[in-house]
Design a protein around this ligand. Structure first.
Ligand code: AMP
Ligand code: GLY
Length: 439
């Protein structure tokens, strides 16, 4: 029997806790800090995962926790896994050096160049003078990316040089993202369909989960500013078997070669954000952890036991334990994110949420195809209230993507809080791809 600690408190962590709870070997689950939904499945503990690593390690030892899973990127980039490994504690996630693949876009680009991983052409600028000079000669549109972590909001696409300079100015001179924006990557703008592939990585083997697609812009038809993600679906029909084989040979193989050559310790999940271009799949970004909200769409399709998978990853036994890949149920999953009024800008918190009864991930839901994963929620007495920008992720699983879409939106209609907004076109691109391929 195992005791597991999950670090984080968003929709992704709710999905991880929910999936771990389905394992009969899991005795207790702790979550730091968790949220109102996670509280129904795990013991939530208010530990400081950034400043308070010694306390965290003490907590793990005192509670005889066998296994820790890291949800968000920041603790990985700060070296949490290295501290746990030094203390001989089992933990799922890459070491600090490998976490630079997400923590620094300039590092990620250099890594891709060294191992021939296809990606957009780019240049790195480290000062305002360099930036101004680069923009004079750049082809448009240009993608401007803050080098460091920016919660999914550090990327803008500029159609004009003035716009690009304006973005660069706010990153480099006005500190919009603090030190994360002092170095900037300027990139060629790629055309194509976007898709994500998440894979378990034990340094030797990559074991992919079903593909998925996120919806980063806040409004329908990909309008408005970028967000942490307004919804996702899985699998993504653009990632056909042929495309997947191409991804494996042109991206997975050199990726593993690069990890080995640079002695980067990686026992965790790697997320490949891809653009499927006319010249084949290219990497837009790496994330060194489960995607949010992709995880809320992908994990409900996974049939294998999650604790076993995490364990095999940490022990370097993926090839041995999963020679035929992962077991995944047929059908599709759609996750619609319900966000607070104002998000991704300033938003208000503390709004009571109505209509959750029957959709709790802890109970046998009235609609067993639907699970509501909590993200920014908290409890106030007996009431569940909003406490973040992305509040809930409503996931439906069904035989076809059309049915899953319908089911998800039917459930969304029953939930309400003041100011709530959501996209009405989650997975619409999947339908377009399917129409194109069937006609
Ligand atoms: P990233 O955080 O690097 O994935 O960027 C966020 C979003 O910006 C991506 O999901 C894409 O929609 C877009 N994006 C990033 N890089 C490029 C690129 N080189 N060409 C076109 N779109 C991009
Ligand atoms: N949904 C993209 C991410 O997790 O960064």
């Amino acid at each position: 029997m195992s005791r597991v600690l999950v670090i984080g408190g968003g929709g992704r962590e709710h999905a991880l806790v929910w999936k771990l709870r389905q394992s009969s070997q899991v005795e207790r689950v702790f979550c730091a800090p968790g949220n109102a939904g996670i509280r129904e499945l795990a013991e939530c503990v208010p530990l400081d995962v950034s400043g308070g690593v010694p306390e965290l390690i003490r907590f793990v030892k005192d509670h005889a926790i066998d296994f820790t899973v890291v949800g968000p990127e920041a603790p990985l980039v700060e070296g949490l896994v290295d501290r746990f490994t030094e203390a001989n504690l089992a933990i799922f996630g890459p070491g600090q050096a490998a976490a630079q693949l997400e923590g620094s876009k300039a590092f990620a680009k250099g890594f891709m160049a060294r191992y021939g991983i296809p990606t957009a052409r780019w240049q790195v600028v480290r000062s305002w003078e360099e930036a101004q000079q680069a923009i004079r000669q750049i082809a448009l549109p240009v993608v401007v990316k803050a080098d460091g972590l920016a919660a999914g909001k550090g990327v803008t696409i500029s159609e004009t040089k003035e716009e690009a300079l304006h973005t660069l100015e706010s990153l480099m001179l006005r500190d919009t993202f603090g030190p994360a924006g002092k170095t900037v990557v300027l990139e060629e703008c790629l055309q194509g369909e976007e898709a994500s592939v998440m894979a378990f990585c034990d340094g030797q083997t990559l074991l992919p989960l079903p593909s998925s697609q996120d919806h980063k812009r806040v409004w329908d038809q990909d309008q408005g500013p970028n967000t942490g993600g307004m919804g996702a679906y899985a699998p993504a029909p653009v990632v056909t078997d042929t495309v997947m084989r191409h991804i494996e040979s042109s991206i997975f193989t050199p990726f593993l070669k690069g990890l080995a050559a640079e002695r980067l310790s990686y026992h965790g999940l790697i997320y490949f954000g891809l653009m499927l271009t006319s010249q084949g799949p290219k990497v837009l970004e790496f994330n060194v952890r489960f995607g949010d909200p992709e995880t809320q769409a992908v994990l409900p399709l996974l049939q294998d036991n999650l604790l076993d998978l995490l364990g095999a990853t940490v022990q370097g036994r993926l090839r041995q334990m999963y020679p035929d890949g992962l077991k995944v149920q047929s059908g599709s999953a759609v996750c619609v994110v319900l966000a607070s009024g104002g998000y991704p800008g300033r938003y208000v918190k503390g709004k009571p949420i109505a209509g959750l009864t029957g959709y709790s991930a802890a109970q046998v839901a009235t609609d067993s195809h639907v699970t509501v994963f909590h993200a920014g929620t908290a409890r106030e007495g007996q009431t569940t209230i909003t406490s973040g920008g992305r509040v809930l992720g409503v996931t439906a699983v069904d035989t076809t993507i059309e049915q899953a879409i319908q089911r998800a939106y039917q459930a969304v209609k029953k939930i309400h809080f003041e100011g709530m907004h959501y996209r009405r076109d989650i997975a619409a691109r999947a339908l377009k791809v399917l129409q194109r391929t069937s006609s």
